[in-house]
Design a protein around this ligand. Structure first.
Ligand code: 6AU
Length: 273
């Protein structure tokens, strides 16, 4: 497993170009925090991105919950990602046949492929969804090819999640089959021990994003289940995702700094620093 290595070591050797960038950003900013900016207007989203930008590695959006999505949203996000050196992760959770997800990802109302570095999908439809999204992002005429990557939603944090067992192990299989596009997983732990029918490449280094991270709550009334930054990183997370723990805190900037510090200390402890 590569989880004992520093982010900068992983940045130099990683087979995936966007993963290299992600690790470089984390190292430069000393942050493994992804903020889940689940607000519902462009103004709130861009305000949060600008205020929290210095303390985060990734900004995660649910772009379809905005009541006023438009050109100003995506232009604003792109400019702030440049200004603060963070990556954008649209949490669209694609889950359909290949022909449909290609149209949802590229073009359409949301034009996700134009502005989002990272996307995620469920593998419920089978391998074809990964193949279809990779085909779009890696087409010869697609302009941002080296800056696009996919996280496979291999597990979920909600109570009673069905993303377990054979589903999780197929997630690992597909990640291994499309290593130039799949960055890694959204999962609650490292998946190194999960059995897979596909052999691991010698330079394999999937990136683990763990969500459901919150310092002040154990869960919500709709089945969300939380853990702390320390526990997530102890279980193998490389990046921690926090939503309400940060944006709904009395002072979101202070909260972002606190998650940044705790996430970084847990990472340093893991690499033996
Ligand atoms: O910290 P919260 O509970 O306010 O927000 C958690 C965020 C939300 C969810 O849509 C998302 O993380 N999420 C995901 C993702 C990122 O794919 C998977 C999952 O299993 N649980 C989860 O909460 O934006």
């Amino acid at each position: 497993s590569k989880s004992q290595l520093t982010y900068s070591a992983r940045a130099t050797t990683h087979p995936n170009l966007l993963a290299r960038k992600l690790f470089q950003v984390a190292e430069a900013k000393k942050s493994n925090v992804t903020v889940s900016a689940d607000v519902t207007t462009t103004k709130e989203l861009l305000d949060l991105a600008d205020r929290l930008g210095p303390y985060i590695a990734v900004l995660k959006t649910h772009i379809d919950i905005l009541s006023d999505f438009g050109e100003a949203t995506t232009e604003g996000l792109k400019a702030l990602a440049e200004k603060h050196n963070f990556l954008i992760f649209e949490d669209r959770k694609f889950v359909d046949i290949g022909n449909t997800v290609q149209k949802q990802y590229h073009g359409g109302t949301l034009r996700i492929s134009e502005w989002s570095h990272i996307i995620n999908c469920s593998i419920l439809p089978g391998e074809g969804i990964v193949e279809a999204l990779a085909q779009t992002a890696q087409a010869p005429d697609f302009p941002h090819g080296s800056e696009r990557g996919l996280l496979i939603l291999a597990e979920m944090t909600s109570k009673g999640s069905l993303a377990t067992g054979a589903y999780t192990s197929a997630s690992v299989d597909y990640a291994r089959k499309y290593p130039s596009f799949v960055l890694g997983f959204v999962s609650t732990r490292s998946l190194n021990e999960v059995e897979s029918s596909v052999k691991a490449a010698s330079d394999e280094d999937f990136v683990v994003f763990t969500t459901g991270v919150n310092l002040s709550s154990k869960g919500d009334k709709l089945g969300q289940q939380y853990q702390t930054p320390q526990s997530a990183i102890g279980r193998g997370a490389d990046f921690i995702i926090a939503g309400r723990g940060i944006y709904a805190a009395p002072d979101p900037v202070e909260a972002a700094k606190q998650y940044q510090q705790q996430g970084w200390e847990a990472y340093l402890a893991r690499i033996g620093g």
